[in-house]
Design a protein around this ligand. Structure first.
Ligand code: PLP
Length: 360
C-alpha cells in the first residue's frame, strides 16, 4: 500500500494515524457491537463520541465558555446564507471584505438578504493582496463584518485580524481553522467546512457567540436558525455522525502533536520551504504579495505554461498528486494543510528543483 502526498485543496489529506485508528474501530467501536456509522446518534456510545469531540475542539482552540460549537451540514456555502439570516438582527446592511473567489460567493449570497457594503475589494488587483487595516471602509452600523481569513483559491491569507469594535466579526475559516493558535474571542462567528483541516466532507463547524443567537430574519427555515441547533445540541436532525467522529479523532491527533502552537510552527516551516523554492528560482512564480501569502494554499506557475502537463505527470509518478491549480487561476496549487507531512513538502521542493533543471 502506498499513500500519495495529496496536495488537494479539499477534500484533503487526513493524518494517516487518524485513518488507521478509524480502521481499527471500523467494524466495532469499543464494545458497542457495531460501527460508528450504524449507531443511533442519541445512544450513549455516540453521545460520548460527540461530546468528546466538542470538548477536544474547545480545548485545542481555547474556545471561551460564552461560545457555542455547532456540528452542522450544508458546508461553508450554507453559512453564506445562515450568517445574514441570523446576524442581521433588524439591521439593513453588512460589511464584506471582498478578497477572493470565496468572499465573492459570500457577498453574492448576503445580497439576497441585505445591502452589502464592500469594506474592501481587491478584485482589481486580481485578488493577490490583503487589504491594509487602514484601508478598510467599515460602517459603524453594519450588522457584522464578514471576511475570509484565507482565500483557498488565490492563496491569500490575512496577516492580521480586522478591528471592528462592537460590530461582530464573522470569519469563513474553512481553509485556515486549526492551522495555528488564534483568539476566538475576537470573533462573533467562525465557520468552516470540515474537508480541509478538520475531517471528511459532510460536516460544517460553526462557533458562535451566545448573544448572537436567537434573532433570525422572518421566514428563516428552522434548519437555518442557529438557535435550533444550539437548543438541540446539533441533533435537531440526524447529524453527519461519521464525519463528526472522524473530526474528533483529528482533534485528538492535534493534541498529540502538541496542540496548535506546535502545529503552527510546523505549518510556517512547511510554507516557508515552498515559498523559498519558488522565490529562489526564475522558473517558478507566485503572484501574491509577500505579507499575504497563505500557509495552507500555495499557488505557483511555471515560466512556460506549456510545461504544466509534463510537470503534473512527473509529479504524479513520484506520488505527488492533485497539484493542478484552480481553473480560474491556472498553473499549480499545493495545498499543505495540517495533515500534509513536512516530508511531502520536501519531496515537492526536490521535484520542483529537478524539473527546473531538466526543463527550465
Ligand atoms: C472550500 C471553501 C468553501 C466551500 O466549502 P463547502 O463546504 O464546499 O461549502 C468556502 N469557503 C472557503 C474559504 C473554502 O475554502
Amino acid at each position: 500500500m502506498a499513500r500519495s502526498y495529496n496536495f488537494s485543496a479539499g477534500p484533503a489529506m487526513l493524518p494517516t494515524a487518524v485513518i488507521e485508528r478509524a480502521q481499527q474501530e471500523m467494524l466495532e467501536w469499543g464494545d458497542a457491537g457495531m460501527s460508528v456509522m450504524e449507531m443511533s446518534h442519541r445512544g450513549k456510545d455516540y453521545m460520548s463520541i460527540a461530546e468528546r469531540a466538542e470538548a477536544n475542539l474547545r480545548e485545542v482552540m481555547a474556545i471561551p465558555e460564552n461560545y457555542k460549537v455547532l456540528f452542522l451540514q450544508g458546508g461553508a456555502s450554507s453559512q453564506f446564507a445562515m450568517v445574514p439570516l441570523n446576524l442581521l438582527r433588524g439591521r439593513e446592511s453588512a460589511d464584506y471584505l471582498n478578497t477572493g473567489m470565496w468572499s465573492k460567493k459570500a457577498v453574492a449570497e448576503a445580497g439576497r438578504y441585505c445591502s452589502v457594503n464592500l469594506a474592501a475589494d481587491t478584485s482589481e488587483g486580481g485578488f493577490t493582496a490583503v487589504p491594509t487595516a487602514e484601508s478598510l471602509k467599515l460602517n459603524a452600523d453594519a450588522a457584522y463584518v464578514h471576511y475570509t481569513p484565507n482565500e483557498t483559491i488565490g492563496g491569500v491569507e490575512f496577516d492580521y485580524v480586522p478591528e471592528t469594535g462592537d460590530v461582530p466579526l464573522v470569519a469563513d475559516m474553512s481553509s485556515t481553522i486549526l492551522s495555528r493558535p488564534m483568539d476566538v474571542s475576537k470573533y462573533g462567528v467562525i465557520y468552516a467546512g470540515a474537508q480541509k483541516n478538520i475531517g471528511p466532507a459532510g460536516l460544517t463547524i460553526v462557533i458562535v457567540r451566545e448573544d448572537l443567537v436567537g434573532e433570525t430574519l422572518g421566514g428563516t427555515p428552522a434548519m437555518f436558525d442557529y438557535a435550533t441547533h444550539v437548543k438541540a445540541g446539533s441533533m435537531y436532525n440526524t447529524p453527519p455522525t461519521y464525519s463528526w467522529y472522524m473530526a474528533g479523532l483529528v482533534f485528538e491527533w492535534i493534541k498529540e502533536q502538541g496542540g496548535l502552537a506546535t502545529i503552527g510552527e510546523i505549518n510556517e516551516r512547511k510554507a516557508g520551504k515552498l515559498y523559498a523554492a519558488i522565490d529562489g528560482s526564475d522558473f517558478y512564480g507566485n503572484p501574491v504579495e509577500k505579507n499575504g501569502r497563505s500557509w495552507m494554499n500555495v499557488p505557483f506557475t511555471l515560466a512556460d505554461a506549456e510545461l504544466d502537463g509534463a510537470f503534473l505527470s512527473g509529479a504524479a509518478e513520484r506520488g505527488l498528486v492533485t497539484l493542478k491549480g484552480h481553473r480560474s487561476v491556472g498553473g499549480m496549487r499545493a495545498s499543505i494543510y495540517n495533515a500534509m507531512p513536512e516530508a511531502g513538502v520536501d519531496a515537492l521542493v526536490e521535484y520542483m528543483k529537478e524539473f527546473e533543471k531538466d526543463q527550465g
